[in-house]
Design a protein around this ligand. Structure first.
Ligand code: F6R
Length: 249
């Protein structure tokens, strides 16, 4: 029953997936230029972001009136630090797609007070009218944003202690040195994510096959934060063949 609410599309490869989604996002923005987009970092959306940059460079897409909110940021480093998610987004999307600083909303990992920073962010999302389209990746442990598996999930934006596996998979941003990856982060909560009007989750590669299968067919449980997407009603899951290999069609 649970997969009634999820639409799954499998693409020939991640290049076709990225190009198709970039074109869809560009045409949705052409139709309604003031969209609020929720964005993710990580390896998975890089190709998509580069495709959006290419569409912008060709004059086929105009992102000058969108507003963006990123899901998460490391706690304890400033936005200008090379390993920050803000720096990642500048490099892979904002600079390429002509998205200016005043269009961008980000959690500040160097804010004086984490709780106040999280409240500021939830209020900013509400003041922008909520998120129209939330883009998500998925961790191999089923995390979404930095909502790690556990006994319970936070609804609102909050401070999190990162799992070792999550720190290891982010080591590339810190010169491959896991000891330099911050131990904590700020993340939108599952409630904040589920309030988005539409959600598109992308997953590629065989390391994601198991968590995608559990997301689609398993129970809704905080042990797999992504499973809460079954409750949303407007979630699309875009996969390459490797990530889809355990999904029954
Ligand atoms: C990062 C985020 C994370 C990633 C997830 C997958 O903003 O939201 O939940 O989406 O860790 O990361 P990759 O794409 O590197 O496999």
């Amino acid at each position: 029953m649970s997969d009634l609410y999820l639409t799954i599309t499998v693409f020939r490869d991640e290049r076709v997936l990225a190009r198709t989604l970039a074109e869809r996002i560009a045409s949705a923005v052409a139709e309604r230029p003031r969209q609020v987009l929720g964005l993710a970092t990580g390896r998975t959306p890089v190709r998509l972001y580069h495709e959006l940059g290419t569409l912008h460079a060709r004059g086929s897409a105009d992102f000058s009136r969108i507003t963006t909110f990123n899901l998460d940021e490391f706690w304890g480093i400033p936005p200008s630090a090379p390993g920050s998610y803000r720096a990642f987004m500048e490099e892979h999307l904002f600079r390429r797609a002509g998205i200016q600083a005043d269009q961008v909303n980000f959690l500040n990992g160097a804010a004086p007070d984490a709780d106040a920073e999280c409240d500021r962010y939830d209020n900013a999302i509400a003041a922008a009218g909520g998120i129209d389209l939330q883009l998500l990746g998925i961790g191999t442990n089923g995390h979404i944003g930095f909502n790690e598996p556990g006994r319970e999930l936070a609804s609102r934006t909050h401070r999190v202690v990162l799992k070792e596996s999550t720190r290891r998979s982010n080591a590339g941003l810190f010169g491959g040195d896991v000891s330099r990856v911050p131990k904590e982060a700020l993340s939108m909560g599952m409630g904040s994510i589920l309030r988005a009007r539409r959600i598109v989750l992308i997953a590629t590669g065989k390391s994601k096959a198991k968590c995608v299968e559990r997301l689609v067919s398993g129970p809704v449980t905080p042990k797999l934060p992504a499973s809460f997407l079954q409750l949303h009603g407007a979630v699309e899951i875009l996969l390459d063949g490797a990530a889809a290999q355990s999904v029954n069609s």
